[in-house]
Design a protein around this ligand. Sequence first.
Ligand code: WTA
Length: 655
Amino acid sequence: MSDIQSVLNENRVFPPSDAFVKQANVSGMAAYQAMVDASQKDYPGYWANLARENIQWKKPFTKSLNDSNAPFYKWFEDGVLNVSYNCLDKHLTTQPEKIAIKFEADDGKVTHINYRDLHARVCQFANGLKSRGIKKGDRVIIYLPMSIEAVISMQACARIGAIHSVVFGGFSSKSLQERIVDAQAVAIITADFQMRGGKLMPLKSIVDEALALEGCDVIKNVIVYKRAGGEMTFNAQRDVWWHDIETNQAKVCEPEWVDAEHPLFILYTSGSTGKPKGVQHSSAGYLLGTMLTMKWVFDYKASDVFWCTADVGWITGHSYVAYGPLAMGATQVIFEGIPTYPDAGRFWKMIQDHKITTFYTAPTAIRSLIKLGGDLPAKYDLSSLRLLGTVGEPINPEAWMWYYNVVGQGRCPIVDTWWQTETGCHMIAPLPGAMPIKPGTCTLPIPGIQVAVVDETGLEVDGTHGGSLVIKKPFPSQIRTIWGDPDRFVSNYFPEEMRGFYLAGDSAHRDEDGYIWIMGRNDDVLKVSGHRLGTMEIESALVSNPLVAEAAVVGRPHDIKGESVVAFVVLKGARPADSATAKKLIEDLRNWVGKEIGPIAKPDEIRFGENLPKTRSGKIMRRLLRAIAKGEAITQDVSTLENPAILEQLKEVIK
Ligand code: WTA
């Protein structure tokens, strides 16, 4: 690992303009440094002060960090609060009329809801959930399109102390089943259909399919939001319309006051083994993280119109759609559709129409919009923008420069935010009125977070040598455990050799200014269009096909998606005799993976071999497969390979 060298040589530096610095929440490097110093002087006290200033407590806490049972850290544990109260009720006296959400549907129809009405609807829906017997601690699956209702569902769960687990609408019935069973959920909130790019796609029928699978009889309630009103089967015993449980309910609902450590949600994410991990977050620490980063990284101002394009099915949509903006009392835009419908100017038109000030999206979206219409932003009035952000994967300097010059017109700082499902909020990101930015680096940790780049033994490496990125101290917004699997939590994130540091799973290096450059995952996790996919998950999906004996999946760099999925498959029978048979089989296997996991996991390419390249001890040589997938000449030593002849087979691309 320590021989990973950075190949990027990026020297451009963009300091914030005087005008930006002047108005920023954190102005200048000295202000940033003062915060860092304060956190180092009294670490628990630093976070305690922030938690007191930012959160409205029902009962104040007296303890900050409890590390007596590391790595099962607790923060502010004797404090009592409700997250939904902090996102909604606290605005009722100060700004009830302020628009909380501007929802733009796929077809362009816009709906506004202010804080008073959002609070009322969350209360009504929360009362509706209670009327169905759903209570504190119950797990509720949310499988909804981007909508005001998705936010209401999450907030209503938080209000009654139920633990939500949002499943992205692109996941299959099989993935849904896996999550239902693992979480032992009692209810699902879904919609009849979702509308994306002018197309109607079913959700409820996928839920029905999932509920017919093993172990899903734990679900007692299916609550269905009528989005489109198409044909759909309805099971009167189990299914209930959203509007039937929301209307006629009282518009007030006393929040369930919970302990700071009460789980707010579980979000499943891919790891290095086949089974997704249920990342469990706390209430207070998580809320605090989202609020601080809204202020520091997004430089939030009351006059902002904030738009994070992420789906609520991912962590970004949790922290910067469902919770952070509401906790700050922001006006935000939520978008149902896709960036390319009706054309590739959709995002830019929306920025113009809604006068967006803060725009946060993924590098993959930026790259695809450059390709589909790099000159389109110039056709719209983007003068409302003051800050841009990216998340989910490294951004290449060309895409960064385009984003900076063409979208931001050289006026808007870009916050390249590094974080993870597990960290709950930004960890390494510029404070835009403080740090000079450089294309391709997420710069420095937010004040209070201490990171390091280490070797395999947890010792810090220096200079431009790459290594593993770790977070050295516990922090309030971090993952509390893996739902139902505390051992995996410990071994995955706090392996012994890392000396108590949190192991992120990314490789990184530091430059001469101490800026962090993320080089990608160093475990078997892929980032495809910013979505996190485990190679093992895709492999086990492939192997569950009756025709497949063995499979190995690797990532290959892709211009737009960041990475694409390449699968090497060994069939139980002979390799396909001709290209027509092979093509048919490839299509079948791709669809199979789509059904098993979801369309996002479908391999872009499948190749067949009589065997996989293995060492004599039986280990699949993944590095070799990566080189083959990229079409590179093989420079590795293949003398330990059991069957070198198969390399020729695996190089064969079926067109
Ligand atoms: C990657 C998304 C480079 C990284 C919030 C991390 C990034 C994984 C960045 C987490 C960034 C996220 N630059 N890489 N700014 N942000 N990543 O859980 O590999 O979906 O470990 O959370 O995305 O993905 P996740």
